[in-house]
Structures are given as structure tokens and as C-alpha cells.
Design a protein around this ligand. Structure first.
Ligand SMILES: Nc1ncnc2c1ncn2[C@@H]1O[C@H](COP(=O)(O)OP(=O)(O)O)[C@@H](O)[C@H]1O
Ligand SMILES: [Mg+2]
Length: 349
């Protein structure tokens, strides 16, 4: 094949591709390469364009060594963030006899991001499980030694140990829940569900917590009869977490309001939408936290969340369940006034 034929070929490739001559100057760049590396690439030295040590070394290696190919990471920094490319170099021998190098760039940012998320997740899970384990280990040792014959201390310690064991149980339950929800996130729910039934059952299950926190609940079941396609158990999980959060973080003696209404039209939805607001009169959440609340293990105040039996996974589960229902969560909150968690569900038509 001639250099011209290679040039024609790389123009048809969607990702960035360069053809580099023996003098290390760019012979041809396709459109994607111009978009990524800048305009007017032809004729320029490749080292003027690729200024990163790893990537430069790869070009030197293919020039000097007797290898037919090599690769390196190439990171493109733009005002909006970083794109990570896997840059692969291959020696070609066109008919003319001159040696040229073909450089292809594959965007691997999403793969690296997914790997980073997985590492963070494993680290977080280990950390979350370690703290109750440390407490348990400490008390077991005390019971084996100092508190061996102290009946009163023993009962108190066993109480704490039971609580820590329950905490580990909740974390594992939530993790399993999260992985189940993720596993069937792509499967559309088919059942017709009346939201008043879902909300009614959720409130009934939370009754003891509502009473313990002396919360006044505003909810009118008569206005909440809206039928949507969904999975009952999952929707109960959504509203349980939202109402439980409103009760937990809404402050003792506060008011929790649950409102349901229907909108014929809403941006981002093709048909009518049912909106359920869960409103509390708690301390509110600083706006810097709002975009991150649905991340796994993200809490505004870790100590407070733990004290109240939270795992930090509730809203992450909510988000995945809502994704499956093609629904959305919006959060509004102001410090000192309270928060509104609003679920927008597409209505079955
Ligand atoms: N209604 C609310 N008012 C104030 N803060 C809230 C509210 N709901 C959630 N949060 C904050 O968001 C965090 C994450 O919530 P969630 O994922 O349900 O975890 P958890 O309840 O187990 O701590 C909570 O720890 C809390 O800091
Ligand atoms: Mg919660």
C-alpha cells in the first residue's frame, strides 16, 4: 500500500489517527485527530504535539529500536476535564520503502473511571465494616479479661456489641440491595401500582419511628391515588428511605409532609408525570452537598448518620431504583428551613 492509500484509509477511521514519517513529522491526521490534538497537524513535529514524557518515549522507542509496535498513555487536559487515551504505535512499511508510524488513540477514560470507582467502593466498604468490627473486637477482649466477672459491665457491653452487629447487618443488607437493584436496572417494571398503596404501607411500617421522634405527619391518602408502572417492593424502598430520612434528619418535633400531584407535561418526560414530594422542617442541607447525596456512602455528617442507624447507602439505592423506573429525584433544601425530596415518576398511559 502507498502512503496515499494509508492516508485515505485513516480519514475513514472515527477515532484520532496520525501517520508519522521517519523524520517524526506528521504526514496525515484524520478529523478526529485534529479535533483532539489541534488544527493544522500535517508537517509539524510529533514532539511538538505530544508533549508528555511517556508518549514521547514511545515515539522515540519506535524510531530507534527494532520494535514493530509499542503503546503509552496519553492524557489530554481540557478546561472541562481530562481525557485519557491509550496511544498505540505501529510501524508500517509502505511500498515507497520509507518507514512510517501509525498512531491510534483510543479513549479509555470511562474504563479508568469505572476502575477507580470500583477501587473506591471496595475501600469504602472495607472501611465501613472495619469500624464495627474494631468495636466488637475490643469488647470481646474486655469480656475475656477485665470485665470477665463483672455482670453489670458484661450486660452493657453485650448491648453495644449487639448494636454493632446490627449495624454490620444493615450495611450488608443495603449492599445486597444495591447490587440486586443494579443487576436488573435495565428491566422495565411491568406491574400497575397505585402509589397510595405504596405510600400507605410505607407510612404504616415507619409508624413507630414517626411516633418516637414526635413527628407530625401531613398526608392525605385521598389525593394520592395515581397508577404507575413499577415494582411495588422497590417503590416501597424508595419512599421508606425518603420518609425515614425526613423523620431522622427532620429534627424531633418537626413536621413531615407528603404531597402527591400530577403534571400533564414536564421537561425530560414524554407524557404525564406523577410527583411525590417528601418535605421536612429539619436543618436542611448545604447546597455544596446536594449533587453528591446519592453517591454511595456519602453523608453530610457521618457521625450523625451512624448514630441514627444510617449506612449512607439509602439514597444510592433510591437513585438506582428510580433509574429503573425512568423516574427522577430532585432535591431542594435550605439551611435552617428544611428539605424537599421530590420524586418524578412517568405515569403509565
Ligand atoms: N431529609 C434530610 N435532611 C437532611 N439531610 C439529609 C436528608 N436526607 C438525607 N440527608 C443527608 O444525606 C445523607 C445520605 O442519605 P442516605 O443515603 O439515606 O444515608 P443514611 O440515611 O443511611 O445516612 C445522610 O447521611 C444525610 O446527611
Ligand atoms: Mg437513609
Amino acid at each position: 500500500m502507498s502512503v496515499e492509500a494509508y492516508s485515505t484509509l485513516i480519514m475513514a477511521i472515527p477515532g484520532p489517527v496520525l501517520l508519522v514519517g521517519e523524520d517524526q513529522r506528521i504526514m496525515t491526521a484524520n478529523d478526529a485527530a485534529s479535533e483532539t490534538l489541534g488544527p493544522n497537524l500535517a508537517g509539524q513535529s510529533v514532539y511538538a504535539i505530544i508533549r508528555q514524557p511517556d508518549a514521547t518515549r514511545a515515539f522515540e522507542a519506535i524510531r530507534d529500536a527494532n520494535t514493530s509496535g509499542t503503546e503509552a498513555r496519553f492524557i489530554q487536559t481540557t478546561p472541562t476535564g481530562e481525557t485519557i487515551f491509550r496511544m498505540v504505535l505501529r510501524k508500517l512499511q509502505p511500498k515507497s520503502g520509507a518507514r512510517v508510524t501509525l498512531a491510534t488513540f483510543v479513549d479509555i477514560s470511562h474504563i479508568e473511571e469505572a476502575e477507580q470507582m470500583r477501587r473506591d467502593f471496595v475501600a469504602n466498604v472495607s472501611h465501613e465494616l472495619r469500624s464495627p468490627l474494631t468495636v466488637l473486637g475490643g469488647f470481646i477482649e474486655t469480656l475475656q479479661t477485665a470485665a470477665r466477672d463483672d455482670v453489670e459491665a458484661r450486660l452493657r457491653f453485650l448491648d453495644i456489641m449487639a448494636k454493632e452487629a446490627q449495624r454490620m447487618n444493615r450495611i450488608v443488607d443495603d449492599l445486597l440491595s444495591l447490587s440486586n437493584v443494579e443487576a436488573n436496572e435495565k428491566v422495565r417494571p411491568r406491574d400497575l401500582i397505585d402509589l397510595s398503596d405504596v405510600i400507605g404501607s410505607t407510612i404504616a411500617a415507619l409508624r413507630p419511628q414517626i411516633e418516637n421522634n414526635q413527628i407530625r405527619l401531613n398526608y392525605d391518602p385521598a389525593t394520592s391515588s395515581h397508577v404507575i408502572r413499577g415494582e411495588r417492593d422497590q417503590l416501597i424502598q424508595v419512599f421508606r428511605n425518603l420518609i425515614e430520612n425526613a423523620v431522622k434528619y427532620g429534627g424531633s418535633g418537626g413536621t413531615v409532609t407528603i404531597r402527591t400531584r400530577e403534571h400533564a407535561r414536564m421537561p425530560g418526560f414524554s407524557g404525564p408525570v406523577v410527583i411525590v414530594d417528601v418535605v421536612d422542617t429539619g436543618d436542611g442541607i448545604d447546597s455544596v452537598h446536594l449533587p453528591r447525596l446519592t453517591e454511595r456512602f456519602y453523608r453530610v455528617d457521618t457521625h450523625r448518620s451512624r448514630e441514627k442507624g444510617g449506612t449512607g447507602l439509602g439514597l444510592a439505592i433510591v437513585k438506582h431504583i428510580l433509574n429503573r423506573h425512568r423516574a427522577r429525584l430532585s432535591i431542594q433544601s435550605s439551611k435552617g428551613v428544611g428539605s424537599t425530596f421530590s420524586v418524578q415518576l412517568p405515569k403509565d398511559t
